[in-house]
Design a protein around this ligand. Structure first.
Ligand code: VG1
Ligand code: CO
Length: 552
């Protein structure tokens, strides 16, 4: 008697209608969970990704997320769609967990076609908070603008998606399952990443620091994705005592907090590091593990300084002992690394905000280290910024130099001068006045040059435009810059990652070569520039805010 084979599964073409708001921002599509839960919303976007790609039939896709609410549901949907669209294999992190840098590492190690990361990074999680999805290409890095533009164009016309009718895959057990013709491999979320870190850093020396040196680290995972990575690497492999990692269990709502490693949102860590008997070194990472905040005892390291200091000390670290090909920083990041690059006789590239702009420079071996003022640091080991990598880099430097974080930073200032730096964020302001503020600045640009304000004279004013030195692509309107004759700068831009209203970012920088004047509080050192920024952009009047929401 003939029987129907029960494992034959159905590929279904499902009719759908476009959503018109699926434009990816600085780092993927970020929306409220409720938006993503709308009928076919996620499916439309995922099918638009697949429709914008060519040549993935039979190839490997890497898939995982930061564990926030809706992660598991989204993974099941994407697996069935990947199977229906012809991928050969999907590598998914156990429990659906993968940090952004781990996805980048796994794509590269397995020569995968690309990867999908489910994260809204530093944005809060939970049923009433945010979700996000981003696509990474075969080099392990975020899709460049031409890909995200193609995806967005497709979302506006999409009328069908395809999906395999199948049961959910068990995401918690390591091993292989079959979805139609496609293989799903549930892999250890940490192993490949930890192996890569061991190849770059002197783990023996760092282990000695923990086991014989009285040295204490406090790492705060903020209940986000780096918990399992930090436990494994710091406590299991490097021998730091249990308890070194705090808030180390990923929670769907990050324990109600913002998984944003800065002085405001990482307050538990700040209390420890500024308390009595503080540890020697403190660090935190964000929702998806690509950012880092570095603290010494009672001491905060500005991210712009951090990248400059890592560059200046790179040859102390095994993975970088041959020196750097170049440095790249995003435009609003301070010019501290430019000074190191100059000293080293290498190039310092200035790119728009967002890691996708570093990809070509890294692939072409023009840059080895990259950094953003927003607590993002990374290198050519992958194509994403990498929070734990930065912490390990610092640990390696601390182990070799045997000095405190504060000593290393203040010495750096003495050698290179100090770039006082601060970013003022005005979060969730209304979209209309925020846009008006930027538009007015843009239309006044030509009138600024040569103007004197207080003790400053404006040398240039423009809207940053970037031409990629490798592929010639042009990205315009990347931030209004006002530069002063003494090298100080004010930059204004609107965030491309928020989901509520608009977030205005004001970046302030001044340069102090005199080491006797380098120990001021940055807010004090920058006070006149802060006033000028308000005057030029009418921030208080237009936003209705007396002060920023977050100062970093
Ligand atoms: C912010 C940061 C930017 C970073 C981006 C993604 O973008 O300023 O430097 O690359 O977030 O990082 P925006 O457009 O909001 O200023 V993550 O860790 O959120 O993926
Ligand atoms: Co992030």
């Amino acid at each position: 008697m003939l029987s129907i084979d029960p494992i034959v599964m159905n590929i279904r073409a499902v009719s759908t209608t476009p959503y018109l708001d699926q434009k990816p921002g600085t780092s993927g599509l970020r929306k409220l969970v409720k938006t993503f839960q709308q009928f076919h919303y996620l499916e439309n976007f995922v099918q638009s990704i697949f429709d914008s790609l060519e040549g993935y039939q039979g190839q490997t896709l890497v898939l995982g997320g930061d564990g926030r609410y809706y992660n598991r549901e989204a993974i099941q949907i994407i697996l069935k769609m990947a199977a229906a669209n012809g991928f050969g294999r999907v590598l998914v992190g156990q429990g659906g967990i993968f940090s952004t840098p781990a996805v980048s590492a796994v794509i590269r190690k397995n020569q995968a076609f690309g990867g999908i990361i489910l994260s809204a990074s530093h944005n809060p999680g939970g049923p009433d908070a945010d979700f996000g999805i981003k696509y990474n290409i075969g080099n392990g890095g975020p899709a460049p603008e031409k890909v995200t533009e193609a995806i967005f164009a497709r979302t506006k016309t999409i009328d069908t998606y395809t999906v395999l009718d199948a049961n959910d895959v068990d995401l918690d057990t390591l091993g292989t399952a079959q979805l139609g013709e496609m293989t799903v491999e549930v892999i250890d979320s940490v192993a490949d990443y930890a192996e890569l870190m061991q190849a770059l850093f002197d783990f023996d020396r760092i282990r000695q620091l923990f086991t014989t040196g009285n040295f204490r680290l406090c790492f705060d995972a903020l209940h986000a994705v780096t918990g399992p990575y930090a436990h494994r690497i710091f406590e299991e492999i490097l021998g730091a005592p249990a308890g070194t990692v705090q808030n180390g269990v990923p929670l769907e709502d990050f324990g109600g907090g913002h998984p944003d490693p800065n002085l405001v949102y990482a307050h538990d860590l700040v209390e420890v590091m500024y308390g009595n008997d503080a540890p020697d070194f403190g660090a935190a990472s964000d929702g998806d593990g690509d950012r880092n905040m570095i603290l010494g005892r009672h001491f905060f390291v500005t991210p712009s300084d951090s990248i400059a200091i890592l560059a200046a000390n790179a040859t102390l670290v095994p993975g970088y002992k041959a020196g750097l090909a170049g440095i790249a920083r995003s435009m609003p990041t301070s010019q501290a690394s430019d000074r190191v690059a100059q000293q080293l006789g290498i190039e310092c590239y200035e790119t728009p905000t967002g890691w996708k702009f570093f990809g070509n420079l890294l692939d072409a071996n023009k840059a080895t280290l990259c950094g953003e003022e927003s607590f993002g640091t990374g290198s050519n080991h992958i194509r994403e910024k990498d929070g734990l990598w930065a912490v390990l880099f610092w640990l390696n430097v601390l182990a070799v130099r045997g000095e405190s974080v504060e000593q290393i930073v203040t010495q750096h200032w003495q050698t290179y001068g100090r770039n006082y730096y601060s970013r003022h964020d005005y979060e969730e302001v209304e979209m209309e006045p925020a846009t008006q503020l930027i538009e007015e600045l843009r239309s006044n640009l030509s009138t600024f040059k040569g103007k004197s304000v207080g003790r400053y004279t404006i040398e240039y004013a423009d809207d940053f435009s970037y031409t990629d030195p490798i592929d010639g692509s042009v990205s315009q309107k990347q931030g209004v810059r006002i530069g002063f004759t003494d090298g100080s700068r004010i930059v204004f831009r609107l965030s491309g990652t928020g989901t509520k209203g608009a977030t205005l970012r004001v970046y302030l920088e001044s340069y102090e070569p005199d080491s006797s004047k380098q120990l001021l509080d940055p807010q004090e050192a920058l006070d006149e520039l802060i006033e000028i920024a308000d005057e030029i952009a009418q921030i208080k009047i237009l936003t209705g805010r007396e002060k920023p929401t977050v100062i970093t």
